[in-house]
Design a protein around this ligand. Structure first.
Ligand code: SAM
Length: 263
C-alpha cells in the first residue's frame, strides 16, 4: 500500500507561524522524521528539540519523533566534488529509506522554515521515490521561510520597485555583489561575509537572527555603521539560545533607502 511522506514546513521557529494546513497534516500522519546533524554540528540538538516543541503546540496526540543521523560528508576538497556530493546524497537516501522500512505508517519530515528554500528534503524524497524500494507518495506542505519573517519584522518589501531580488548564500555573496547584484538576500552565512565587501559604506543592511524565537535580534542601518553591532548581537543570540541562525537583506545605497518600499 502506498504510504504518505509529507514534507512539512514548520516555519522559522515560532509555533504561531505554523500554517493550518501544516497542523492538519501533522495530526494526520503516524510519526515524525527529522534529520539529525548533531554529530557534525552539536548545536543543532536544540533545533530538533525546538521542532518537537513547535509540533507539540499543534498535535492533539503526541507522535513518535524518529531522528535520522546524517551520514558523514567528505568536507575536504575532494578532486571530484560533484561525485562526492552525489555519493553523500545516495548514502542519505539509503538511510532514510531504511528508516521508512523500519517504521511503517505515514510519516512527516519536519522541515525548518519552508521546504523549497535551502533544504534537502525535497531532493531526498525524489531520490527515495526513484529508487523504488519503499512505496511512498510525496507531498510538500509549504511553511513560512526565514526570509519572509525577516521582511515582515523590518516592514520591508523584498524587491525594489520593478526590480529583482537575489537570494544567495554567504559563500557566494562577494561574487554576486561583484557581478552587480544590488538587492541581495543572504542566508547560510556563519561569518557575516558582508563585512568583507570592498565598499561597506555603499550598502544598507536589514539583519535578523533567531527570528521567531524569544531571543530574536534585529538591526538595520548603513552597513559600515552597524556591522560591529550585528556581530555582537549575533553572539548574544547564540548565548541566549545555544544556536544562532541569521538572514539579511543588503541593498546598495542608491537603489532605495526606503524600508517600506511599496513594491
Ligand atoms: C538550511 S537553511 C534553511 C532555510 C529554511 N528552509 C527557510 O525557509 O528559512 C538555514 C538558513 O536559514 C536562515 N534561517 C533559518 N531560520 C532562521 C531564523 N529563525 N532566523 C534567521 N535566519 C534563519 C539562516 O540563514 C540559516 O543559515
Amino acid at each position: 500500500m502506498t504510504r504518505r511522506l509529507a514534507l512539512v514546513g514548520l516555519g522559522p521557529g515560532d509555533p504561531e507561524l505554523v500554517t493550518a494546513q501544516a497542523a492538519r497534516v501533522l495530526n494526520e500522519v503516524d510519526y515524525f522524521l527529522v534529520a539529525d546533524k548533531t554529530e557534525q554540528h552539536p548545536g543543532t540538538a536544540d533545533l530538533i528539540a525546538m521542532r518537537e516543541a513547535i509540533c507539540a503546540r499543534h498535535v492533539r496526540k503526541k507522535r513518535r519523533l524518529v531522528s535520522v543521523p546524517d551520514p558523514e560528508r567528505d568536507r575536504t576538497d575532494p578532486p571530484d566534488y560533484e561525485g562526492a556530493v552525489r555519493t553523500w546524497h545516495e548514502a542519505r537516501a539509503v538511510r532514510w529509506e531504511q528508516t521508512l522500512l523500519d517504521h511503517p505508517g505515514d510519516a512527516a519530515i519536519l522541515v525548518w522554515g519552508d521546504p523549497t528554500l535551502y533544504d534537502s528534503a525535497i531532493r531526498l524524497a525524489h531520490r527515495i521515490v526513484e529508487r523504488g524500494v519503499v512505496d511512498v507518495e510525496v507531498e510538500v506542505v509549504p511553511g513560512l521561510s526565514s526570509v519572509q519573517l525577516l521582511a515582515a519584522r523590518h516592514g520591508l518589501v523584498l524587491n525594489t520597485i520593478g526590480g529583482s531580488i537575489t537570494i544567495t548564500t554567504g559563500r557566494r555573496l562577494l561574487e554576486d555583489a561583484a557581478a552587480g547584484g544590488d538587492n541581495l538576500l543572504v542566508m547560510l552565512d556563519g561569518t557575516l561575509t558582508c563585512r568583507r565587501l570592498p565598499d561597506p559604506a555603499g550598502w544598507r543592511i536589514w539583519w535578523g537572527a533567531n527570528l521567531g524565537s524569544a531571543h530574536e535580534q534585529l538591526v538595520a542601518g548603513d552597513l559600515d555603521r552597524v556591522a560591529d553591532e550585528i556581530w555582537a548581537r549575533r553572539a548574544l543570540a547564540r548565548q541566549a539560545c545555544g544556536w544562532v541562525m541569521d538572514t539579511y537583506l543588503l541593498r546598495r545605497g542608491g537603489v532605495s533607502r526606503e524600508p517600506a518600499d511599496p513594491g
